[in-house]
Design a protein around this ligand. Sequence first.
Ligand code: AMP
Length: 573
Amino acid sequence: MIVGIDLGTTNSAVAALEGAKPKLLPNALGGYLTPSVVGFDSNMTLLVGQPARDLQVISPDRCASVFKRWMGSDWKTTLAGRQMDAVELSSQVLRSLKRDAEAFLGEPVDRAVITVPAYFNNEQRQATVMAGRLAGLKVERIINEPTAAALAYGVHESGDPQLVAVFDLGGGTFDISIVEFFEGSIEVKSSAGEAMLGGEDFTRAIAREILRDQQLLFESVENRQPRRLARLLQQCELAKRALSRQESAELMFPGEDGGLDPNAPRLLIDREFVRRACAPLMGLLETPVRRALGDAGLTRDRLNKVLLVGGATRSGFVQSLAEEMFRQPPSAELNPDEVVALGAAVQAGLLDSHAELEDLVVVDVAPFTLGVEVAKQLGEEMRTGYFSPIIHRNSVIPVSRAESFSTVNPNQTEIELKIFQGESRRVEDNLQIGNLKVKGIPRGPAGQQVLVRFTYDTNGILEVESTVLATGERFQTVITRYAANLTDLELAEALKRMQDLKTHPRDELVNQALLHRAERLYQELPPPARAQLTLLLDAFEAALQSQEQELVEIHRQQLEQFLSFLDDQSEEL
Ligand code: AMP
């Protein structure tokens, strides 16, 4: 069975086709969004999703979140003494989604389409494929999140030709795509983005502003009082969400140890405060929008619709910004948190040649320019460091293009090709994504030719091939540290390492999640309510020990009711 997965910075979701319609599949707690948070509880048992998010508030050192940002990098983190990288952490989120899908569908799920931000580079895409493999999934296709959203929208809506801007602001990335819908075809005209900008940055910007008001520096709190920062971020997140519904919100400012004193005065922030705190970040959205429109050869007034995607577009100030930018109110037809996973499921159906999707055609583009470093003769001087594009941004994919390059020195027998992505004329401002050494060039005068072919596939993964024209000898590389470089043995070892982690059986997850939620709320409560929660918690734990199902059920319900009451109260702050 094949599913579609939105592996998000803050939340992830899994969906599958039911007939011609994509449908989200629930997790063990009955929700459709699984927080992309991984942690270890005090027994070193792995937690994924909401229980890990709850644990993170009180024990940030045992949990990791927002790791999607570090996909494809050397970043590692230590959770409860165990080192993990972004691929391993993501694989645990995927494994949990796979398990949920299997439980719901009642059959093994071994293949997936996974979405990534359009602006993800090669390494980040390959890292995503690797995370899928470590979760026991064959990744059949990587697709761009805004394209997935367009697919979900396209299936949902089949009417007149339309030009649509997909404005996708998630937890960690911003993408903008201009898409044309025309008689069953979905054509991405252009895509642009900002890889390091999302709702999490807004939350941090709000926290920074609050700390500044308290004469504290964000960085020093982050380094010296991580618990305090974790708690403040949680409070800012709640306030930010509350401000999507109301004009102002209260929050509790944590003490040095991260504790919340219920008697301390509350801080009041309003929409204007958030707008001010986030203003510098909001400015960063304009450039990609302008670029995407320019590349599509369109002016803003030609757009028929603006689709909002990603959790951060729930903020009122983001919606007003989108309205100002596009001079029309954005459409709110689809749920911005769910549409990417739904579109991934449609793509999964297309790959499986699902009969009811027969007529749908999707065309996507490469969002950035890819090329190599070259030297230029400027007058007398030979200057290095120039970028020579081979595949231009917004070329329709798959695409394969070749250019020839010449040696610059007499008797030069080797060329070290440096491969870059980016839009700057000079390579120092672009991102180096790989190298390819070309050897065996016959000795002779400068100007020996080498043909360099770039092939960019439908997954957004680049392959570079170079041919020495004089000898016909070829050199090839797939630009990645992952997959291609891992031997079967290494892959098997990595898989085993991930599988060996202790997890809770699925039927215990609801109870475990409840315990972690209770622990988190306990720390937020004033003493009288703490006593009441302690009673309920003790009774629940005793029931769990007894393994009497009926008893567990009664105490679970009592505890759940009390926690919902507490959560509602803190939402209203
Ligand atoms: P995603 O990665 O698409 O799940 O987006 C998650 C981001 O959306 C996080 O940074 C959240 O803070 C943000 N978000 C979710 N719900 C809301 C809301 N109601 N108001 C403002 N931001 C939200």
